[in-house]
Design a protein around this ligand. Structure first.
Ligand code: EPZ
Length: 454
């Protein structure tokens, strides 16, 4: 397979960046944080645009590293990709390649979403296995088994997934598929593949996340016939082709939850908008269990009024509508300062507790026992140098820095920039003392903030 990228100039190496966030803790926040379009919708919806041989216009697309990489991957396949602010014009009328470039797929797990649309459109696809990441092995056998049930012949050779429609069939065939686990990605892959299949597909034990519903709604805007998205059973009637569409991505519920938790940890009244409160039911219930009050000031605005002292809770992450794994690290930062001992059980990913080490370096008292974190609340965290190990761990450490005594230097910003648009700017706008600076160790400069408050 020839590389589709003949120059590494297209590759961004942000992990080489020597920038860090410096955060001076102890400042209350105030005001409203503007929420961007959902990363985990935008990535799969843009992959879904491959199903359409015509112009699509997608709005509320956040400017994130992951979206830049997705744009590079789709452009290397011959797709027209033009982003102006948060509006993306995309046209997949001429897909010149069925092979996604290894270098980029390795960076962006979400590029595995290409396999369903490429197979459905072209009848063939070569996509490298996405491989694992900091939070787990991230296998894709549920995606592959579902595609095989729809008549795809799938071989994995040297880390590349080679898929083609077997026999003399020109289209994938509708099938009844049961997912052993309600995998978000597998549900989305199979929805996309089924939109152009021959006949009816039923996905049972499907993921119910809002991002799955967003993808289904986008596909329906292109003319797909999909019923039941958002429930455990999704039925898709295949159609011969899809047509041009305009679509707006839902607000990012994980970003919104992150900033509500920023209000909680700094004991500040903070609003977030636009949001869909329905997408945050599990998060709102948890914040109320902590002792905070949550108000829906408008249909698309939430406001947190925290207590001066949060109480300890026991919680486990769960598929939607349960408490989302993508807010587990951020919640842990708040529980590190709550009164009493809390327990967080991570049930979705096998290795998503790495932020415990870094929080303990800030003075937290957290022990890990298999997939459970026992968090004994302390009265104070102390700023120090910390490193984010994944996207949400980085956000959690920033939240801890907002409440810590002194200055926190947070490295590993390439993780943060993958999933949060203008993270520090949004916090600055509500009063946080946070700056992106040259790494102090490299520059030898004094911290941006003096430890003296004021
Ligand atoms: C999506 O990942 C999100 N990413 C993740 O967000 C999110 O944490 C996750 O869903 C769960 O909500 C995107 O949408 C781009 P899964 P995905 O398939 O699709 C296992 C973030 O921080 N599994 O629901 O990969 C898997 O190993 C990111 O924004 C299999 O065993 O999640 C994991 O343990 C992180 N076999 C569990 O299921 C499979 O074939 C959940 O995975 C597929 C998954």
């Amino acid at each position: 397979m020839t590389s589709l990228l003949n120059s590494h100039s297209l590759l961004i190496a942000p992990e080489k960046s020597n920038l860090e966030l410096q955060i001076l803790g102890g400042y209350p926040l105030q005001g409203e944080v503007r929420i961007s379009g959902a990363k985990n919708s935008a990535l799969v919806v843009t992959a879904g645009a491959l199903l359409c041989p015509d112009d699509c216009c997608i709005r509320h697309v956040p400017s994130l590293l992951d979206m830049t990489w997705m744009g590079q991957i789709l452009s290397s396949l011959g797709v027209k990709w033009e982003k102006h602010g948060d509006v993306l014009d995309i046209n997949a009328s001429h897909i010149s390649q069925s092979a996604a470039p290894s270098e980029l797929v390795g960076r962006l797990r979400a590029s595995f979403f290409l396999i369903g649309p490429l197979l459905a459109r072209l009848g063939v696809a070569q996509v490298p296995l996405p491989g694992g990441c900091a939070i787990g092995a991230r296998p894709v056998e549920l995606h592959i088994r579902g595609l095989q049930a729809m008549g795809a012949d799938v071989q994995i050779k040297q880390g590349i997934v080679h898929a083609c429609i077997s026999g003399n069939k020109r289209r994938l065939q509708g099938a009844r598929i049961y997912l052993d686990f309600p995998s978000v990605g597998a549900t989305e892959t199979l929805i996309m593949a089924a939109t152009l299949a021959e006949g009816e597909t039923m996905i049972q034990n499907a993921a119910q996340e809002p991002e799955v519903v967003d993808l289904a709604n986008f596909c329906r805007t292109m003319g797909a016939k999909i019923q039941g998205a958002g429930t455990k059973t999704i039925a898709i009637s295949g159609v011969p082709s899809l047509h041009s569409a305009e679509y707006s991505i839902i607000p990012d519920r994980i970003e919104a939850g992150t900033f509500l938790l920023a209000g909680a940890i700094t004991h500040s009244q903070l609003s977030v908008a636009p949001v869909n409160p329905q997408h945050l039911i599990g998060v709102i219930d948890t914040l109320r269990a902590l002792g905070a009050a949550i108000f829906a000031d408008a249909s698309n605005r939430l406001r947190i009024v925290p207590k001066q002292q949060h109480v300890a809770i026991a919680i486990e992450t769960a598929p939607y509508p349960g408490f989302p794994t993508d807010l587990q690290a951020q919640l842990m930062a708040i529980l590190a300062l709550s009164q009493g001992s809390s327990i967080i059980s991570e049930t979705i990913f096998e290795n998503r507790l790495q932020h415990v080490t870094e929080l303990n370096r800030m003075g937290a008292d957290i022990r890990v026992r298999r997939s459970h974190a026992i968090i004994r609340g302390v009265s104070q965290l102390t700023g120090t140098e910390v490193v984010g190990t994944d996207l949400r761990a980085s956000a959690a450490l920033a939240l801890a820095g907002l409440a810590a005594d002194g200055i926190t230097s947070l490295k590993g910003l390439h993780h943060l920039d993958r999933g949060y648009e203008n993270f520090e700017q949004k916090l600055q706008q509500v009063g946080a003392k946070i700056q992106r600076v040259q790494s102090q160790a490299e520059s030898g400069k004094e911290p941006v903030f003096s430890t003296l408050h004021g």
